[in-house]
Design a protein around this ligand. Structure first.
Ligand SMILES: CC(C)(COP(=O)(O)OP(=O)(O)OC[C@H]1O[C@@H](n2cnc3c(N)ncnc32)[C@H](O)[C@@H]1OP(=O)(O)O)[C@@H](O)C(=O)NCCC(=O)NCCS
Length: 164
C-alpha cells in the first residue's frame, strides 16, 4: 500500500485509529479518547518541527499512520528520534506496519538523525516482534511505569541505529 505525507483531511481517520488503540489496548498509555483538536495540535507541531507524519490509505480511508519526533527535548538529544506507528484493526498483519517503520527509518536518515527509539508496552508481542524483525534491539525494560485497565504496565525501549 503506498505511503504519503498526511494532510489535514487525514486527521479524522488518524483520530479514529488512535482512539480505537487507546480504548482496546495498552499500546498507548492514555485512557480517555482524544479530540480532533488534539490531533490537529499534534499534527501542526510535527509539521512546524519538520517531522514526518505518514499515512497509508485504502478504500475504507486511513489504514495506518506513523510519525516521529524528538526522543527528548534537551538540545543534545537532537540526533535521536522516537517514533510511533498505528494500523487500523482490520488492516493489521498485511505488512503495513513494517512498511511504515521502514519509511520512517529512511526519513530519519534523510534528516541526518543517528538513532531511532520506540517505547513499546512489554505485552505488545506484535510490535516487539515487528521491531526485532526490522533490526531494533531491546535497550531497556522499565517495570511498572504505566497503569491502565487496573494493572501495572512495563515499558520496553527498542532502538536501532540509522547509520546502516
Ligand atoms: C503493531 C502494529 C503497528 C504492527 O503493524 P502490522 O501492519 O500489523 O504489522 P506487519 O503486518 O507489518 O507485521 C510485520 C511483522 O510483525 C510481527 N507481527 C505482526 N503482528 C503480529 C502478531 N499479532 N503477533 C506476533 N508478531 C506479529 C511479525 O514478525 C510480522 O512479520 P511476518 O508477517 O513476516 O510474520 C499493528 O499491529 C498495530 O497498529 N497494533 C495496534 C497499535 C500498536 O500496537 N502500535 C504500536 C505501538 S508500539
Amino acid at each position: 500500500m503506498p505511503l504519503r505525507p498526511a494532510t489535514e483531511a487525514d486527521l479524522p481517520g488518524i483520530l479514529a485509529i488512535y482512539n480505537d488503540v487507546i480504548a482496546t489496548s495498552t499500546a498507548v498509555y492514555s485512557e480517555a479518547p482524544v479530540t480532533l483538536a488534539n490531533r490537529q495540535e499534534w499534527f501542526e507541531g510535527r509539521k512546524a518541527q519538520g517531522f514526518p507524519v505518514l499515512v497509508a490509505e485504502d478504500a475504507q480511508g486511513v489504514a495506518g499512520f506513523a510519525s516521529f519526533g524528538d526522543f527528548r527535548v534537551w538540545p543534545c538529544y537532537r540526533y535521536s528520534i522516537e517514533h510511533s506507528v498505528h494500523v487500523r484493526a482490520d488492516a493489521r498483519g498485511k505488512g503495513l506496519g513494517g512498511d511504515m517503520i521502514r519509511a520512517l527509518i529512511n526519513e530519519g536518515r534523510a534528516m541526518g538523525k543517528h538513532t531511532i527509539i520506540g517505547g513499546i508496552d512489554a505485552g505488545n508481542a506484535a510490535s516487539i516482534a515487528l521491531h526485532e524483525k526490522l533490526g531494533f534491539t531491546k535497550a531497556a525494560h522499565l517495570s511498572e511505569v504505566g497503569f491502565k485497565f487496573g494493572r501495572w504496565l512495563d515499558l520496553v525501549f527498542m532502538q536501532r541505529g540509522l547509520a546502516s
